[in-house]
Design a protein around this ligand. Sequence first.
Ligand SMILES: Nc1ncnc2c1ncn2[C@@H]1O[C@H](COP(=O)(O)OP(=O)(O)O)[C@@H](O)[C@H]1O
Ligand SMILES: O=C(CO)[C@@H](O)[C@H](O)COP(=O)(O)O
Length: 509
Amino acid sequence: MQTLLGIDLGTTGVKAALFAVEDGRVLADAFVDYPLYHPAPGWAEQQPEEWWQATIAAIKACLVKGARQQLQVCGVGLSGQMHGVVLLDEQQQVLRPCIIWADQRSDAQCRWMTERVGAKQLIEYTSNPALTGFSAPKLLWVREHEPELFARARTMLLPKDYIRYRLTGRIAMEISDAAGTCLLDVRRGVWSQEVLQALELDPALLPQVVPADTACGTISEEVAALTGLPSGIPVAGGGADNACGAVGNGVVSPGLALVSVGTSGIVLAHAETPQVDTSGPVPRVHTFNHAVPGAWYLMGVTQGAGLSLRWVRDNIGLPERALERWTGVDAYETLSQEAESVPPGCDGLLFLPYLQGERTPHLDAYARGGWIGLTASHDRRYLIRSVLEGVAFSLKDCFSIIQEQGLTLEQVRATGGGAKSPLWRQIIADVLGVELVTTNATEGPAFGAALLAGVAAGVYASVVEACERTVRVVEHTEPQRAAVYEQAYGIYRALYPALKPIISKPVSF
Ligand SMILES: Nc1ncnc2c1ncn2[C@@H]1O[C@H](COP(=O)(O)OP(=O)(O)O)[C@@H](O)[C@H]1O
Ligand SMILES: O=C(CO)[C@@H](O)[C@H](O)COP(=O)(O)O
């Protein structure tokens, strides 16, 4: 049977999955996690070598699981966490840990970069403002703080492009991911010479920009021997995780939007033009190239979505963790069940999910999170539910801004680890006040990457055709308690401006 391998290099770990070409069903999958390092408050790093070892292990495990089914892998696609800076020296060796998307250390570089290029000009050239989440400020931080190391850097890659390099030996940066560097002219899909010049960055650091849905190298002999994959099969450019999540869920045409609850949370809407949020001085949502050639998307990002629930699980969910070890029942599921017994709105308890600063709508690297409205009658179930609700409110912030952009949003599709929880899906539908649908794409970004591989391998004519053949809506979640949440959201919205003087500055005692 003809199959496609999709690999999603997430923040928590890497997923490899084999999908049937004919209908997209999952034939085998494997997940291998890796550490996330926080060497200082607000910093977030990962080791590219640990991604690589995990990727090899996941591919091997996936192929072993699929071994009995006589599968013929005809292409490989990669999806990955965006914005992380991987620096290679002349011998293509990694120079330092990757500073990943969640890292907030580069606020000073954002300000410098904005001043250097000009705030208006930067948006004109790249369609986006300088944000700590993006790659360019991270690169500038390395130049400023690690000048000797920076002097040895010859190539900058993004996480999944580094893995593609290890799989194929080819150095390139795929367009939907390159869009998140803040160095790409997103309208034209080429590096912005104006920005590079203003920042005095050597253009040679940046690799060739390649499309998402065409072959960008083939599996090398060495990797074939390591993994069991056939050598010579095409590896597609692939895409940024959110672009691939959109493809995997069929969000490839006007009218469709995606809500994803991964470590971060996003609301994304397909766009036929590279339109920019111009309602204020700084665009509050990003404008990036889609993995669908000639299309873009607008995206609002909340930094700490699934991350907030993971924090709860790891810090106050210890009984649920212990139960998981004894019974095998996922701690996230137990936590969700407990949260279900509490009324919507949590009797006035609210959670701000700014555990890692915030992007949309505040664009605030220093924002801190917390609970507010706690009374003696609240117990830990309320703490859990309020986290699910707080994340939903911050997704509503993103959704409202996307709605303001004048794009028609006919259907909103839900994906990501958090969307596995029926309760969280219901809360998000209630808070957004729209129906959420889920598709058969249980492995959204990996599936999207596999579909891109299918186009690169010639088994599908286009990304849109690939989606038409394989993506189906399977479930609908209707809003039920929009009115309760409307009120609670009003209070939530008032919290950040009121608390900003206290929760939005670097703290050192
Ligand atoms: N069954 C579940 N119920 C609720 N939330 C879940 C569940 N499984 C995973 N999650 C959430 O999803 C997050 C991981 O999302 P995922 O899309 O897999 O990750 P990544 O950000 O690494 O791509 C976890 O941090 C957790 O908060
Ligand atoms: O920074 C962004 C998008 O701009 C994040 O969406 C990252 O791409 C990481 O995604 P997850 O690991 O949370 O899925």
